[in-house]
Design a protein around this ligand. Structure first.
Ligand SMILES: [Zn+2]
Length: 81
């Protein structure tokens, strides 16, 4: 199953935020509109961005950051045995 992530066109990181308005609905702030301007937390400034398709396994590896794909493959092979 494919997931889609958003990456900064400058640094490639996925820490991209968009300008948005939210509206109070009586209980909480609800997202109302998302604007074109984007901000990258890594570059600490405005950025352009792209959507990038990733598979679940890659998403998992990206989340863990420190664990290599090889380490995870070794782990999975151990579990399968
Ligand atoms: Zn960036």
């Amino acid at each position: 199953m494919k997931k889609v992530t958003v990456v900064c066109n400058t640094c490639g990181n996925d820490s991209v935020l968009r300008d948005a308005w939210s509206q109070w609905d009586g209980k909480q702030w609800v997202l109302q509109n998302v604007f074109d301007d984007a901000y990258c937390e890594t570059c600490d400034g405005e950025c352009s961005y792209s959507y990038k398709e990733i598979d679940e396994f890659t998403a998992f590896v990206d989340d863990t950051d420190k664990i290599s794909k090889e380490t995870i493959n070794e782990f999975l092979n151990e579990v399968i045995k």
